[in-house]
Write a protein that binds this ligand. Structure first.
Ligand code: ATP
Ligand code: MG
Length: 295
């Protein structure tokens, strides 16, 4: 199944999250049955990212948003962590610092946008400014309601300048969230992840859902589509995200840059001579070792 088509929010359509099954897992019974496919995408992801880096002309921006415990960290770790760190960077956006808050809301985001050849992964993003800011009234409706258009313009600017944008909303159910909070309580290695605010925010589930629905509906565009990924099953979430990222990278039709030298000439003029010299040297080293051994 082509997950990019199944999960893409078609521009102009209205998202209703309660109608999307967060526990969807396609034809797979369990993780084991998805493993072969997942490994294939993981390998492709590595190769394609290498090509993106080598080509150095385009960039990829991956945005992750979710309710608390929705799996942003896990997706970064298990899917996107397979990329070479030399060509990829993860940015986590928290409550803005004093300096960030003194600028327009897109300032800190633009600073983190990927350079050509690079992948940038956003753990939270400028969408917080139409989510938490809206739900908690951090700014007036007059201010946040203008932001959807500002976001679309900003993302269009990035896209027009060679950045391919993919936005994933990791969709979990309220029950699954509670189950994950419980796992954190039961596992001492995860206690550090528990915060009171997670429980407090849970009370605003419906408000967040509405805010997400608006963001997903108003800001899914041809140049920066949103995907609603069923994420109750972590392995299915990983499978769907990796397939979509691979497909997007393939669509960039990247090629290795032309070599800056004549390979045949380099081989003939330098490489063969170097190999011969190395072989002679190796012979000498072996010879010496042999003598030593006889002593
Ligand atoms: P996460 O929950 O993403 O795994 P974390 O637990 O490490 O991250 P938190 O401090 O819980 O860190 O999460 C970041 C917090 O910053 C969230 O509550 C989020 O809503 C808030 N935040 C991010 N961007 C903004 C923003 N622009 N305005 C206000 N709050 C923001
Ligand atoms: Mg948190």
């Amino acid at each position: 199944m082509k997950y990019s088509e199944k999960f893409r929010v078609n521009p102009g359509s209205r998202v209703r999250l309660d109608r999307i099954d967060a526990a969807f897992k396609d034809k797979h019974e369990d993780q084991a049955s998805a493993l072969v496919e997942l490994e294939k995408y993981t390998q492709q992801l590595r190769e394609l990212q290498y090509l993106l880096y080598a080509e150095g002309k385009q960039s990829l921006l991956i945005i992750l948003q979710a309710m608390d415990a929705g799996g942003k960290d896990g997706t970064i770790n298990h899917v996107l962590g397979n990329m070479n760190p030399q060509g990829s960077r993860v940015y986590g956006f928290k409550v803005p610092s004093a300096e960030e808050a003194a600028h327009d809301f897109l300032w800190r985001i633009h600073l983190a946008a990927p350079q050509r050849g690079q992948v940038a992964i956003f753990n939270r993003s400028h969408y917080e400014d139409v989510l938490v800011s809206r739900v908690h009234g951090l700014v007036s409706k007059k201010v946040w309601s203008k932001r959807y258009e500002q976001i679309n313009d900003f993302e269009k600017n990035l896209a027009d300048n060679g950045t391919h944008i993919l936005k994933f909303f990791l969709h979990i159910s309220p029950d699954e969230q509670l189950r994950r909070f419980k796992q954190r309580i039961d596992d001492p290695a995860r206690h550090w992840k528990i915060s009171e605010s997670d429980y407090k925010e849970r009370k605003y589930w419906d408000d967040y859902s509405k805010a997400f629905e608006d963001a997903l509906s108003r800001c899914s565009t041809a140049h920066a589509p949103w995907y609603v990924i069923p994420a109750n099953h972590k392995w299915f979430r990983n499978l769907a995200v990796s397939q979509i990222v691979v497909e997007a990278l393939e669509s960039l039709k990247m090629t290795f840059p032309q070599p800056s030298v004549d390979i045949g000439e380099i081989k003939e003029k330098y490489h063969q001579a170097e190999e011969e010299a190395a072989a002679r040297n190796n012979g000498k080293v072996k010879g010496k070792g042999g003598k030593k051994g006889k002593k």
